[in-house]
Design a protein around this ligand. Structure first.
Ligand code: GLV
Ligand code: MG
Length: 324
């Protein structure tokens, strides 16, 4: 290990994160009773400008009055380039800070953006005597945010997670697509022709490198990487495939933009019984190897060593967290 210690963000379960527009209070109760791990009440892009002020009031009331049980509660504030943002932070923290766990900062571009919200939150917390310190989640969804993702990830002790905002990221990159989080037939290559002239089409994942970049910045700073929205809520298989590919890269959760996506995210982001069983067998085999003075052994015809212990521990710890 490096001499540089990585402090880990609080170990919250963040397999699924439900977006709920602050302007739709009739959706709040159902969200509170769902199996989602984190809820963000939205003040930003799902709320029309005329509804921003009322949405803020709805959210303050709901945080105070609804029983959200053990759910982690977040608000997505408006961007730092709008005049709504300061009241989003000040009013909600002042009036509902006891029940608010996280603030989600959209379109974060630089470490100074994080600093600004940190300063504002600190002033409110100090002035109101709030003991709890609100955490930050950042949506990486612009070219600037991706360029500065490492600095953003390390910019505040409040930071807990980075989220890949695929829709705004596509817009910021001027990518030729209008889907939210799905694949694109034009991001593909053709195989060379077979003898009969036929050719295969190999679809690629155009977001691979962006997600992988964000995961590195998150993990190097002890934060949770979370994959963002998948717009086609009538395509559960497409959603699960997108969630699995994010999980394989290291993401530990995915957004749900519709309640039907919560169970899908929880399923994909929880280690399966087979994975846990295999991880426990690896740990047992390595314990035996260590007792026999060996650093590497074979299990099911494959090499395992001390790195395998660390891989297995990730899965076993996650299973324990879910069980708890
Ligand atoms: C989320 O905010 C996105 O833009 O995908
Ligand atoms: Mg966005």
């Amino acid at each position: 290990m490096s001499f540089h210690p990585i402090e880990q963000a609080p170990g919250r379960l963040n397999r699924s994160e439900l977006a709920v527009p602050g302007s739709q209070p009739q959706m709040f109760e159902k969200a509170a009773q769902s199996d989602v791990d984190v809820i963000f009440l939205d003040l930003e892009d799902a709320v029309a400008p005329d509804e921003k002020v009322q949405a803020r009031k709805n959210i303050i009331r709901a945080l105070n009055e609804i029983d959200w049980n053990t759910k982690t509660m977040s608000i997505r504030i408006n961007g730092l380039d709008t005049h709504y943002m300061y009241r989003d932070v000040v009013d909600v923290l002042e009036q509902a800070g006891e029940r608010l766990d996280l603030i989600m900062i959209p379109k974060v571009g630089t470490a100074a953006d994080v600093y600004a919200v940190d300063m504002l939150a600190t002033q409110v917390e100090d002035a109101t005597g709030l003991k709890k310190r609100v955490g930050f989640e950042h949506i990486i969804e612009t070219a600037l945010g991706m360029q500065n993702v490492n600095e953003i990830a390390g910019a505040s002790k409040r930071n807990e997670s980075l989220h890949f905002g695929v829709a705004d990221y596509a817009a910021s990159m001027r990518a030729r697509t209008t889907v939210i989080g799905g694949v694109n037939a034009h991001y593909s290559v053709l195989t060379d022709p077979e003898q009969d002239g036929s050719r295969g089409v190999h679809w690629g994942d155009m977001w691979h490198s962006a997600i992988a970049n964000m995961v590195v910045a998150a993990r190097a700073n002890g934060l949770r990487p979370i994959d963002g929205p998948f717009g086609d809520f009538s395509d559960p298989d497409g959603y699960k495939a997108a969630a699995y590919r994010a999980a394989v890269l290291g993401c530990e959760g995915k957004w749900a933009i519709h309640p039907s996506q919560i169970a899908l995210a929880n399923e994909v982001m929880s280690p399966s019984d087979d994975e846990i069983e295999k991880a426990n067998r690896i740990l047992a085999a390595m314990a035996d190897a260590e007792a026999a003075g060996k650093g590497a052994v074979s299990l099911d015809g494959r090499l395992i060593d001390y790195a395998s212990i660390r891989q297995a521990e990730v899965l076993v710890e996650k299973a324990k967290q879910i069980a708890a």
